[in-house]
Design a protein around this ligand. Structure first.
Ligand code: NAP
Ligand code: 2RA
Length: 408
């Protein structure tokens, strides 16, 4: 969270917000106040959140219907809502907020009716999960969504209307030109243009291109080929359970009928469980990596191809990557560029045959990168092959979202 400094301003002093309240009502004024706060944070100026319920005090304005609302005390920490708090990503969002000591006025947890009433522990205290409803966002400043694209499409606009800034882990808004798609290590400047919703990219896109960004800046990448080895947790908590259960059944010689994923998972691997696009033959996961790479890099000309595969690993995705640069490039130059790259850790020990593994990447913030070598299929010396492993629940989802929230 950017440090709050400078003069404190409230809606009572801000004629634009007062007028907005009078003309358009509380929800619109709250949205405008949220935008003002974001701008103020970007410029280092502090504001009050006067339309939030936990602010004490009174502001008086000229609406004929509602002339008074509660104004908060000068509390600049936001109220954060986590939508999908009980899921594989949701649980990690809570951990990231806790471990990174994210400043909070309040944390509210939401899920479906199935989990309403459940308690999750946050900072040592049990917090009740509430059913997500249309009026859930009253007083929420930042809403972290990880409950699938359908839920985001329905509820994210309501959250924005209520004054929240949404950081969405689903694919619902990623390719919307009005929505920034952000990896803080790559394109933090895109956050400046948000209009209430910020999209967190696809996990494979984040994990594969974060280490490539320093290379792209030094020697433009023209073409990128990748093959993924995606873990069960990428398909949610239920898929992790299916991997455990089916493996147990297989070892005990019992029949197991898959319920979550389309194919037997134990001691097997299969093409990613998303729809195949009839026009291209690529599945949706592969198309996301292709399109999102272009948007995040701000380079519509980069040529990308991907083959996405689900493997029987519980956590952390891996990728074999090959890329072609504009000019010749050596493995040593890539190693040097990555040694100081943010969010990246080199694991490239040829002597011990020790390279990135999902086991090592699990629970780690950093994306592990190794097996850096010249791609021998390109005699021009412009291509490099490497291997990465990254925790897709963390950098591929929860951590990236919290890093974005820290910049608001
Ligand atoms: P998950 O483990 O299946 O969890 C889904 C969460 O959403 C649960 O908390 C569930 O609540 C909640 N939910 C489902 N339907 C809901 C509804 N109608 N209203 C409110 N809450 C609802 O899935 P996940 O893996 O965490 O993925 C969540 C989102 O993050 C997806 O959009 C996914 O594409 C995205 N994502 C996932 C990963 C990953 O590695 N898993 C990475 C990047 C992005 P209940 O407990 O009540 O069912
Ligand atoms: C996966 N794209 O299938 C997901 C993670 N969101 O692994």
């Amino acid at each position: 969270m950017a440090a709050m400094a400078g003069r404190v301003k409230s809606v009572t002093e801000n004629p634009r917000l007062q007028q907005c309240y009078v003309t358009h009502g509380e929800a619109a004024a709250r949205a405008a106040a949220a935008r003002t706060r974001a701008q103020a944070r970007a410029t280092g100026e502090a504001t009050l959140c006067p339309l939030q319920p936990q602010n004490a005090g009174i502001i008086v304005c000229g609406s004929s219907r509602r002339s008074m609302v509660n104004e908060r005390a000068a509390n600049t920490a936001p109220v954060v809502g986590v939508v999908g708090a009980t899921g594989a990503v949701g649980v990690e969002l809570l951990r990231c907020l806790e471990q990174r000591r994210f400043p909070l006025a309040q944390l509210r947890l939401f899920a479906s009716t199935r989990s309403a009433g459940r308690k999750l522990v946050f900072r040592g205290e049990p917090l009740e999960v509430r059913e997500l409803r249309e009026d859930s966002f009253h007083g929420v400043d930042i809403a972290l969504f990880s409950a699938g694209a359908a839920t985001s499409r329905r509820f994210a606009p309501l959250a924005v209307q209520a004054g929240a800034t949404v950081i969405d882990n689903s694919s619902a808004f990623r390719m919307d030109p009005a929505v920034p798609l952000v990896v803080p290590e790559i394109n933090p400047q895109a956050l400046r243009s948000h209009q209430g919703i910020i999209a967190n990219p696809n996990c494979c896109a984040i994990i594969s291109i974060t280490p490539l960004w320093p290379v792209h800046r030094a020697n433009r990448i023209l073409r990128l080929l990748l093959a993924t080895y995606q873990s069960a947790s990428g398909a949610g908590a239920a898929a992790m359970e299916e991997l455990r259960e089916s493996t147990r059944a297989c070892l005990e010689g019992r029949e197991y009928t898959p319920r979550v994923l389309p194919h037997p998972y134990a001691f097997n691997l299969f093409s990613h469980n998303t729809r195949i696009d009839p026009a291209t033959g690529y599945n949706d996961e592969e198309l996301k990596v292709i399109q999102e790479t272009r948007k995040i890099f701000g380079d519509p000309t980069i040529r990308v191809s991907a083959t996405c595969v689900r493997v029987p690993v519980l956590r952390a995705h891996s990728m074999a990557i090959s890329f072609e640069c504009e000019r010749p490039i050596s493995p040593d130059v890539v190693r040097e560029l990555l040694r100081s790259a943010p969010g990246v850790q080199l694991v490239d020990d040829a002597e011990r045959n020790y390279f990135p593994m999902p086991k090592d990447a699990s629970g780690q913030d950093a994306i592990l990168v190794g097996r850096i070598r010249q791609d021998l299929s390109d005699p021009s010396g412009r291509s490099i092959a490497l291997f990465v492993a990254g925790d897709q629940l963390l950098k591929g989802a929860a951590l990236n979202a919290v890093q974005i929230a820290e910049r608001l």
